[in-house]
Design a protein around this ligand. Sequence first.
Ligand code: ADP
Length: 197
Amino acid sequence: MADRYRCILLFGAPGTGKGTQGQLLGERDGFVHLATGDIFRSLDKETELGRKFVHYSSRGELVPNDLTIQLWQEYVKGMIADGRYDPESDILLLDGMPRSLPQAEMLDGLLQPLAIIHLTVPNIDEMVKRMKLRAEKEGRHDDADENVIRNRFDVYNRETAPVLGHFDKRLVIDIDAIGTIEEVFERAVAAVDSVRV
Ligand code: ADP
């Protein structure tokens, strides 16, 4: 058995397109895309965990670390059990994990990051614009309100950005996230393929 999950971490502020790029990359052979936000959104809103998710995400806050890690680990075990993910042969493309230093520390023994794809944008306004568009298209409650969006950036800077410093600098590949989905995807594929070789 592989002792740690080989993975590529998708990194970037809210609105940089991690979800879109992760999904596209996940269609490539040997990669399995897993977004923590998707796991949370698939929860039944009537369960206690589902209610907690709505409570935190509607304010732009992170769900508490212990809960998140427990749910995430159970979810990955389920993926292994039903054959969606094979740790021996697949590389996990992780979006939204780890998203804080405590999460990174809790997963140290479990993850083997091969690279960190860091999507970068020059300014916040570009991202706010994208997120409002997304809110209209997808009906996401956490993107509809400008104050919540701003708080998500604050939380990103305070809790998530420091996670980059937890890992070996040589793993980080910066990618310009400005351009069409196809243009950014080309850059992302080049980065991912350089890892696989
Ligand atoms: P975005 O990347 O645009 O913030 P996500 O779909 O990744 O959107 O996440 C939506 C919400 O889910 C977050 O605002 C947060 O409340 C919760 N969430 C996602 N990943 C994590 C995580 N690793 N730890 C805690 N909360 C998380």
